[in-house]
Design a protein around this ligand. Structure first.
Ligand code: ADP
Ligand code: MG
Length: 379
């Protein structure tokens, strides 16, 4: 990707970039809708991502281009203004510039900027966090700054929450920022604090992206968020992370049935994340896989953020002997399923799953055999 970035940068701006950064996409491994409840989550950075090149300009022009859209979007220095339509992708780097200001950091007044990527966008692999982090790294480096990784993660999330306007938790940016090859990132969202957990040898990730999206996905996400807050308030806590499974069992009667289901999912999912860390630390992929399936069943039955398409894929995957476990990954209501497999699971098995899915739903899922990769860094 670096040579592609250099060639496209030269072709677009007739000069070379001074600073280059790469940030990876990520998989949500386990911990579904736990982040905004103050819980824990495990994710993996993958070996695909976004590369950003930047060269400072003498004037006050900020010129943006992307391998995905060849035209140049020019803005002047000063407070970033939101863009719309075909230019709306620029809101990600512009949002980072705005967010840097909130953290006492700055971007150069003028620059040429290019992003290229080998990460599918809108596929639940968080290309948005990748472009934010790669942008943030080049901006601060070109100002001679090297803030802690944690600050850059917070800047990137702030950009997405407040400038782009997506109320994501810390998972996406945290994993893209702190990922490491052959490791998972464990995030305690209350700090937030970030830890690495080694991924046992022989563990493989396969992603099946259905490209389906519930028409009401944003509204449904907000509704689940609201239900969790309402359940926490009814249980007398600030966040559901403060409720243990035993406490919930004793107090569940205070909640109306739908809220009790949402709370049970979150409380048990947080316990599953801990159990999964323990399983991985003892290299027990069978137990880890069982927890992934339990997570999916909980999303399906209690949190009710799965769909017929996602359930079909999980059901088809879990009966394959080389699959340890499978679950929906990301916010749900459509999107992708992730499978944890042994090396025996290969293209032939993946194609078989895809063929069965195509027969049932009339469209083929995209398949990605994702390897773990390193977190965001200057190149
Ligand atoms: P996801 O994060 O799951 O990929 P999002 O909708 O959150 O999906 O973010 C995707 C958006 O991020 C794209 O529509 C685009 O605006 C922006 N984006 C990501 N990567 C690039 C890139 N390489 N060039 C330009 N825009 C990008
Ligand atoms: Mg995103």
């Amino acid at each position: 990707m670096k040579s592609e970035l250099l060639a496209t940068f030269r072709a677009t701006f007739l000069r070379s970039p001074e600073f280059i950064a790469r940030a990876p996409g990520r998989i949500e491994f386990i911990g579904n809708h736990t982040d905004y409840n103050g819980g824990t989550v495990l994710g993996a950075a993958i070996d695909r991502g976004v590369w950003v090149g930047l060269a400072r300009r003498e004037d006050q022009q900020r010129r943006f281009s992307s391998g995905q859209r060849r035209d140049i979007v020019a803005t002047s220095a000063g407070a970033p203004q939101r863009r719309s339509g075909a230019e709306s992708w620029v809101n990600y780097p512009l949002g980072v510039i705005a967010a840097l200001g909130e953290f006492g950091l700055r971007a150069p007044a003028g620059f040429d900027y290019l992003a290229v990527s080998n990460l599918p966008t809108g596929a639940g692999l968080s290309s948005s966090a990748a472009i934010e982090l790669a942008s943030a790294l080049t901006f601060v480096a070109s100002m001679g700054e090297s803030p802690p990784r944690e600050t850059l993660v917070k800047v990137a999330r702030h950009a997405e929450n407040h400038f782009v306007g997506v109320p994501c938790g810390i998972l996406d940016q945290g994993v893209s920022g702190f990922g490491r090859r052959d490791h998972l990132v464990f995030i305690d969202c209350r700090g937030p604090s970030f830890d690495l957990v080694p991924l046992p040898a022989g563990a493989h990730f396969w992603i099946f992206n259905t490209h389906t999206k519930h028409a009401l996905v944003d509204g449904l996400y907000a509704e689940r968020h609201r239900e969790c807050m309402e359940a926490a308030a009814a249980l007398g806590v600030a966040q559901l992370v403060e409720v243990s499974p035993a406490m919930l069992a004793a107090a569940e009667g205070k909640l109306r049935p739908s809220l009790a289901k949402r709370a049970r999912h979150v409380v048990e999912e947080i316990a599953r994340v801990s159990a999964c860390v323990a399983a991985l630390r003892t290299e027990n992929l069978t137990d880890a896989g069982r927890l992934l399936v339990a997570s999916h069943r909980s999303s399906q039955r209690l949190f009710e953020n799965s769909t017929a398409e996602l359930d079909f894929l999980v059901d088809a995957l879990v009966i394959v002997p080389s699959v340890y476990g499978a679950r929906l990954t990301g916010g749900g209501f459509g999107g992708a399923v992730m499978a944890l497999t042994s090396p025996e699971f290969g293209d032939a098995e993946a194609r078989q799953i895809a063929a069965a899915y195509t027969q049932a739903f009339g469209t083929a899922p995209d398949i990605l055999h994702a390897k773990t990769g390193d977190g965001a860094a200057l190149q």
